[in-house]
Design a binder for this molecule. Sequence first.
Ligand SMILES: [Zn+2]
Ligand SMILES: [Zn+2]
Length: 225
Amino acid sequence: MLTGERLSKLKEEINVLIPYAVPPEEIESANTFLNTFAEDFFALGIIKDYYQTLPNAYEEALIKISVLEEKEQVFLMLLSTTGHHYFYVTNADESFFLSEWDRGLEDKQLLTFFGYADSKSFAKTHSDMEKCREYRSLERMDEELCPSCGVKTGSMHTLGCPVEVCPWCRGQLNYCNCRFEQLDVEAFTDDIMLDKFAVKLEQKGRIAYAKEQRPTFMVEEESGE
Ligand SMILES: [Zn+2]
Ligand SMILES: [Zn+2]
């Protein structure tokens, strides 16, 4: 099946689900939201999972998707309706509902994976829902822009951007252990250490954004069986 056909099939499946999952007065906003992602497998997959499972069984239209964390092609997302917000974890193939925003994130394995000591430190980092980065399809499809921090090809990422490549190990700078090795410490305990690391990083030479750094499922595949 060609990419375009697969996309419209997925969209049709969601169109069938919406009237069961959303009260009549919200169907229009549900469809409008859906249409902004008509070309986006990643978002359509998440939207379908949401309407299929309807966490907590509230019948509400999905109106916003935000990205909280991304590491090794695993994304922690926040799915929002007018009244509720849900944590989902997702990769290119599937997504799972975790919990509601108000209840926080308790999954130990996931917290560790994303580098958090516990649910409190996670809640501290993500305390303001309004500051969560909204997931936007068009930005993502533009290969000349970093899908996370938005800089152009050849420019330096915003420090802390999960797409930035580490000049020492070539892994994800945000998550590798080079920062500790470079400063010869076990952990970062204050901002001074972060500043020192930033200096080391400049001396070594940071790696600018290039489209090869995009997570692989974001790279358009033109197989067309
Ligand atoms: Zn970036
Ligand atoms: Zn590294």
